[in-house]
Design a protein around this ligand. Sequence first.
Ligand SMILES: NC(=O)c1ccc[n+]([C@@H]2O[C@H](COP(=O)([O-])OP(=O)(O)OC[C@H]3O[C@@H](n4cnc5c(N)ncnc54)[C@H](OP(=O)(O)O)[C@@H]3O)[C@@H](O)[C@H]2O)c1
Length: 279
Amino acid sequence: MSTCWLQGKTVVVTGASGGMGAGIAATLIKKHDCTVIGVARNEKKMLHFIEELGPQYADKFSYRLFDVSVKENWESFYEELKADEIKVDVLINNAGILPKFKRFDKYSYDEIEKAMNINFFSCVYSVKTMLPMILESSTPAIINIDSSAALMTLAGTSMYSASKAALKGFTEALRVEFQGKMYVGLVCPGFTKTDIFSGQGDADMSNGAKIMDMISTDCDKMVKMIMFGIEHKAPMQVHGFDAHAMSVFNRLMPVYGSKLFSSVMRMANVDIFKEVFSD
Ligand SMILES: NC(=O)c1ccc[n+]([C@@H]2O[C@H](COP(=O)([O-])OP(=O)(O)OC[C@H]3O[C@@H](n4cnc5c(N)ncnc54)[C@H](OP(=O)(O)O)[C@@H]3O)[C@@H](O)[C@H]2O)c1
């Protein structure tokens, strides 16, 4: 049994049906005996997660199916929690999407709004709604899963980077505004092997997919690093060699760093970036 501050807490994890969110939820339950309420849209994926978790942990996990980018969904969720007398100690905003890599002019307004709403506004809504309840906890905490894309912008990621940079600014403000009152964690992972790349289209064996696979961190390893940071209340986490490289280069060369990385992407001449570098 852990003696960590997370022990036995009630945690809301968005995007718990897959990828890093599923790993985080499982670790919270298995290692810290937390009660986790997972949020996502796809019930099939959620049921698969529960099956993987195992029947012995079934009473520690419940789920709600809703789109996190809709403010009213958070308001109803909050009312439901209050009616059920559930008190949440920790909120982990993890749900997110990676829009297809494209040059900005090729994005539709639908794609632009989706990126901002799911990756950024969902966190604003969840924090605004859940904060009064979380602040009543003896260990209040909000952790936002951001991205290395908030540390350096690459060609083809305008809307993803914008959404994640907004999330970084929002989280950093929360951190100083609630200093001493609540643990606020910002997590910036680099490329990680999850289904987030499935939206990039093309077959698994495309040359782009192979390169992404080569530079991506294994999902379990990333979850372990993130959980270690949360267990130690790290205010900011950067994980993965690519994320560290982006962070360092962007600080040393705020303009040329991004140009250099984007030139490497162009030279790689891979299919997933074809809508970034062609007219
Ligand atoms: N993988 C990477 O390389 C990487 C790198 C840096 C940062 N990140 C960030 O890490 C977080 C998790 O990513 P991941 O790689 O684990 O992605 P993933 O495997 O695609 O999982 C995303 C999760 O978010 C949920 N989700 C997506 N849109 C939602 C919505 N509108 N409402 C409710 N739930 C929604 C999905 O569930 P449903 O489909 O069931 O709704 C799923 O559970 C994201 O914020 C991502 O931006 C990922």
